[in-house]
Design a protein around this ligand. Structure first.
Ligand SMILES: Cc1cc2nc3c(=O)[nH]c(=O)nc-3n(C[C@H](O)[C@H](O)[C@H](O)COP(=O)(O)OP(=O)(O)OC[C@H]3O[C@@H](n4cnc5c(N)ncnc54)[C@H](O)[C@@H]3O)c2cc1C
Length: 545
């Protein structure tokens, strides 16, 4: 044998149609009103699954952004330089509507199935490159907060919906298209934003904002929704990178975070030195205003985590179909099949859940029941999907053995990326507390959602007992202490309901049996999945070549 001959390795997993090869996605899109989008989604999936896009993602993450705080003479620059591959992803995602397609030009919701169609694209894009999706998700979500100021949002919408990425450092009104970010987190508190110390003093035609933000991602966005203490209390503002007179606004970047993952994206520490900003919503109602944005970014966190789970699963299953150990392909070994099928079941559940949730957002404007579903389930779905992803990707990495631990395999990047979706936009405990808050504030509507889920899953194993447990645990005296168990169960109940709607009811039964009726062990490969069931699950997960 020649020393450069390669035996018993899988070919690269490249040039795939990310839509056509993903039966779970296709079913979830169809079940949630998006069947007519199939051809367009397949074109998107083919484009994003091309070898070139995998390589651009590598380049964008191997060449992280650089902060240029000052120029050679000591003048402030406050500019961040990104690799061309990052700009390419921004241009691709903006052109595909990921930053705006769920809005009409007048900032009202676009008609169904805008949320589902975008969610499918976002899920596929996340499989390839997640860092750039941070400003993409913030831009589309910001509209929900800006809607509180009709005159302002009317001026911004043509730039937001232009589907043109314009990376030039220019005032927003001179650009063909713009992106938006947000700054809430300060040193002393990210969850408890009421402790924000940044101040906003009224001035001619706006406010002067002074203070710091400890995390403010995508700092080259054209404007940021920030929270600051105004005379009337904590308020929401739009802070543009340029003042109305065209001069650079006083956003002084101190450092970029040296992050575990999410490397293609920049996350800054920033000081505002009497920076110009416009108020969004009433003074004192900052949290109420910005929470509309946060609901949408939480949805996107869950969609992105479902996407990276999908890519990890596809890589693992693809490899196992080629690699032989002890004269038998890994994908045929009963123990490996048990691991892969157990994982595939969670990946199916994750995509069914996020697409059903996107459907609830699609219908929310005209259907109070769907609005309540979106309100109650967004934190539950973010909690379960985003907290499942890290251990899921760890297991997928192990399916590739040593090769999985090596950068070129893509798995290390997915693994580093996974925890951030759980941490930002409300960490795990905060999501559980938010479910409790929804039950407290919108008790009747939220309980109706629980009843609807119980009805949708009535014949599935363990569903009735799970619905009873969720209702009991979340209303008891020790509700906070039980919240993780109950919110996780709530998300899995919703997943069983979502799977049941799709075209593979056997999967709903299997998911409910192994996750609701039986106790699911922390490790994959420990569920009671019969060999025949594993075969069905794995053939769905990735068609055999
Ligand atoms: C890469 C990255 C980018 C980011 N980009 C941005 C950005 O662009 N803009 C922005 O505003 N922020 C951003 N953040 C900040 C992020 O949103 C916060 O880190 C997050 O909200 C958590 O806030 P914290 O770090 O202050 O943690 P804390 O609020 O101190 O929370 C610490 C832990 O305590 C838990 N906890 C909090 N309250 C309770 C409670 N009552 N009971 C039980 N447990 C509780 C939390 O779940 C968490 O696990 C970013 C963070 C990261 C990592």
């Amino acid at each position: 044998m020649r020393s450069d001959e390669v035996l018993n390795q899988s070919p690269p997993y490249l040039d795939v149609d990310l839509f056509a090869s993903d039966q779970a996605l296709r079913d979830a899109v169809a079940a949630n009103g998006g069947a007519d989008e199939s051809a367009a989604l397949s074109a998107f999936g083919t484009h994003w699954g091309a070898a070139e896009m995998f390589d651009l993602a590598r380049q964008a993450n191997e060449n992280p952004p650089k902060l240029h705080a000052f120029d050679a003479k000591g003048f402030r620059r406050d500019a961040v330089e990104f690799h061309p591959a990052y700009h390419r992803f921004m241009a691709e995602s903006v052109a595909a509507g990921l930053a705006a397609s769920t809005w009409r030009a007048d900032a009202t919701p676009a008609p169904v199935p805008a949320q589902v169609a975008r969610a499918a694209r976002f899920y596929m894009a996340a499989q390839i490159e997640t860092g750039h999706l941070c400003p993409i998700t913030m831009t589309r979500a910001a509209v929900a907060a800006l809607a509180a100021e009709p005159a302002l949002v009317a001026k911004l919408m043509p730039k937001i919906t232009a589907r043109a990425y314009d990376a030039r450092f220019r005032p927003w009104w001179e650009k063909t298209g713009i992106t938006l970010g947000m700054g809430m987190t300060e040193r002393q508190g990210g969850t408890d934003v009421r402790t924000n110390t940044t101040r906003a003093e009224p001035m001619a035609e706006g406010y002067a904002v002074t203070g710091q933000k400890w995390f403010m991602s995508a700092p080259m966005c054209d404007g940021f929704l920030v929270l600051a203490q105004a005379p009337g209390g904590l308020s929401c503002f739009l802070m543009p990178r340029f003042r109305p007179d065209g001069s650079v606004n006083a956003l002084h970047f101190q450092r970029l975070k040296d992050k575990l993952g999410n490397r293609s994206n920049a996350s800054s520490e920033v000081e505002f030195a009497a920076a110009f900003a416009l108020r969004v919503g009433e003074e004192g109602r900052g949290v109420r205003t910005i929470i509309n944005m946060v609901q949408l970014t939480r949805l996107d966190c869950a969609i992105a985590s479902a996407g990276i789970m999908r890519m990890a699963l596809a890589q693992a299953l693809h490899h196992a179909r080629y690699r032989s150990v002890f004269q038998m392909r890994l994908a045929d070994q009963p123990l490996m099949r048990a691991v892969l099928a157990d994982m595939a079941l969670d990946a199916e559940a994750a995509v069914a859940l996020v697409m059903r949730l996107a459907r609830a957002f699609d219908l929310a404007a005209g259907d109070a029941g769907e609005a309540a579903r979106a309100r109650l389930l967004t934190p539950a779905v973010k909690y379960w999907v985003c907290k499942t992803a890290p251990s899921f990707i760890d297991e997928a990495m192990e399916c590739l053995g040593g090769n999985g631990y090596v950068e070129e395999s893509v798995l290390p990047r997915l693994y580093r990326e996974a925890p951030v979706n759980a941490i930002w936009e409300g960490s795990g405990n905060v999501m559980c507390l938010d479910v409790l808050r929804a039950l407290g504030h919108e008790g009747e509507a939220a309980r109706a959602v629980l009843a609807a889920l119980a009805g949708e899953t009535t014949d599935l194993p363990g569903a009735r007992a799970s619905a009873d447990f969720v209702a009991r645990a979340l209303s008891g005296e020790d509700a906070q202490a039980q919240a993780r168990a109950a919110v996780g169960r709530l998300a899995m109940l919703a997943a069983a309901a979502a799977l049941r709607q799709g075209s593979a009811p056997a999967l709903a039964e299997l998911f409910a049996r192994t996750r609701l009726a039986e106790r699911h062990d922390a490790m994959y490969g420990t569920s009671h999945i019969a060999p025949g069931e594993a075969g069905v699950v794995l053939e769905r997960a990735l068609p055999s070549a």
